[in-house]
Each structure stands twice: as C-alpha cells, then as structure tokens.
Ligand binder design. Structure first.
Ligand code: OAD
Length: 270
C-alpha cells in the first residue's frame, strides 16, 4: 500500500512526506465553472443543455468540424461568449500553480480552451492543451495562421472571420470532433507512467483519448478525483482517493491538510 489511508489526511501525509514530487494533473471544464464558464455536460447548467437557441441538429455539432464547414455561425455565436479575457482563474487554477511553484508539478493535461491555467501562472511548457485553445487560429483550408487582433475584432463584432489569403473559414485551434489532437498530447501521453501522484479534477472523463490518461499511471500510483461526481472508474483501485464535491472546496481542504492554505489564498488573491 502506497497510502497509509485513502483519505484526505492519508493523501496529505503522502504529499508532505515528499513521496509526491512528480504530480500529473488532469482537468476539464468543471474547474472553470466557478469562474462563470459553463461546463459541457452538467444536466441543467452545461453548455450542451443550453444550445437550443443555436438550432443545432445535436449539441456536440457546435464543435464538429464537418458541421462547422457547412455552418460556422453557431460556433462563432458561442465563441463570442466564451472568448478568453473576461474570466478570472479560480482557486483550483491557483492550486495547480502552487504545485508548480513548489516544484511538484510534472505536467498538467487540460481539456479546457479558456487559457485560465496560463493566466494563473502555470508556465506554458508544463501545460498540454489536449483540446487546443483560443491561443492561436488558422484557416481550415490553406492552414495559414490568422492574426489574433483580427479574430478578436471579428468575434467582438459577431462576424465570421475569413482567411486573408484564400477566403477560407478561420477557426481557433480548438480540437473539434473529427480532428486530431495536437502533437503535444501524443508526445506526452506516457508521462502519467512516470508520475507519483495523479490528480483528476472537473472532468466527466467521457471524451477519448483524454479519458484514458488516468489509466496510464502505474498500478500503485495514488490517483485523486476532485469532482462533483464519480467518473472514469476512479475509486476502483486500491490507491484511489475520492474528494467528491466542489473542486474549489476540495483543493482548499487538501491545501489546508498540507499546511498550504494561506499560501494558496495569497496566490489566488494576487
Ligand atoms: P464535462 O462537462 O463533460 O464534465 C465536467 C465535470 O465537472 C462533470 O463531471 C461535473 O460534474 C464536474 N463539475 C462541474 N462543476 C464542478 C465544480 N464546481 N466542482 C467539481 N466538479 C464540477 O466537461 P469535460 O470533461 O471537460 O471537447 O468535457 C470534455 C470535452 O467534451 C471538452 O473538452 C469538450 C467537450 O465536448 C471539445 O470541445 C473537443
């Protein structure tokens, strides 16, 4: 047994004893809901339950590349609402930054496209944006990069940007259904094997191949799920710890048990 007990205290003891020095964190939309960004699949509040106004054939079409080619408008309506800049990182984002500051973060795998991890100060080279992000955009036809200022202007004006070279549709480099994940995902997907603690937060773990990452840890590596609901079979292994509930709450409890709460709150208030 790696953990003395599968509780918050057992976990804090494991971290404080120095046994966790290569932590991988895996995140999803649930870590940004308290920032005001809806997640996808929560029954009442999730994005997919609130897209009727976009007249989609099915909710996920808004992020489907074939649908986008035919009808880019629903995506751009949403992009107008979700475009980074108006949201502030949550204390959960700051917790990931704290792990980095303490030299404990091996890598963060995120499915989020809101760039809030970076904004919280997690350095670029520690983040694998598995589903891309709004940080870059390009033409879906000729692949030419498209200027950030121009896309910002078009999104703010509720217009659909077109490539300056070939007039093709421009799309932020978010991974749509039907598209490959970025190279960085495949280059780093074995890192969980080299970790000594895996923290999964705010994701339903329903979208592959991301959902297989927690299973890529070694057998006795402790895995922690900090989420409103139990997902992805976490809790089934002997060294899994479940902190079910709100993730801001969960990371605060964990920070407190590690003696880091004051530091975390200070970092978040910066
Ligand atoms: P989901 O909406 O599928 O899952 C969010 C999870 O976070 C759910 O399990 C919620 O219960 C939980 N949750 C929500 N708010 C929370 C909170 N405050 N505290 C703790 N837990 C909370 O979002 P993802 O798993 O990120 O892909 O979705 C995966 C992918 O599906 C997304 O990256 C997106 C989507 O289609 C693309 O756009 C390509």
């Amino acid at each position: 047994q790696t953990l003395t007990s599968r509780t918050l205290e057992g976990l804090a003891e494991y971290i404080k004893s120095g046994k966790a020095s290569r932590i991988v964190v895996m995140t999803g939309a649930g870590i940004s809901t308290s920032a005001g960004i809806p997640d996808f699949r929560s029954p009442e509040t999730g994005l997919y339950a609130n897209l009727a106004r976009l007249n989609l054939p099915y909710a996920e079409a808004v992020f489907d590349i074939s649908f986008f080619r035919e009808n880019p408008e629903p995506f751009y309506t949403l992009a107008h609402e979700l475009y980074p800049g108006k949201y502030r990182p949550t204390i959960t984002h700051s917790f990931i930054r704290l792990l980095h500051d303490k030299g404990l973060l091996l890598t963060l795998f995120t499915q989020n496209i809101d760039c809030l991890e970076r904004e919280a100060g997690v350095p670029d080279d520690k983040i694998v944006e598995a589903h891309g992000s709004f940080a870059r955009q390009s033409c879906i036809e000729c692949k030419q990069p498209y200027p950030e200022d121009d896309i910002k202007r078009h999104i703010a004006a509720k217009e659909i940007p077109r490539c300056h070279h070939c007039k093709g549709l421009v799309k932020p480099e978010i991974v749509f259904f039907g598209e490959q994940l970025p190279q960085a995902f495949f280059e780093n997907r074995t890192l969980p094997m080299h970790s000594d603690l895996c923290i999964v937060m705010g994701t339903s773990l329903t979208v592959q191949p991301f959902a297989s990452l927690p299973g890529a840890t070694r057998e006795r590596t402790p895995r922690v799920l900090i989420n409103k609901e139990r997902v992805g079979g976490l809790g089934n292994s002997a060294d899994d710890v479940l902190l079910l509930g709100d993730c801001d709450d969960g990371v605060k409890r964990l920070a407190e048990a590690c003696g880091w709460l004051e530091e975390l709150e200070k970092l978040w208030a910066e």
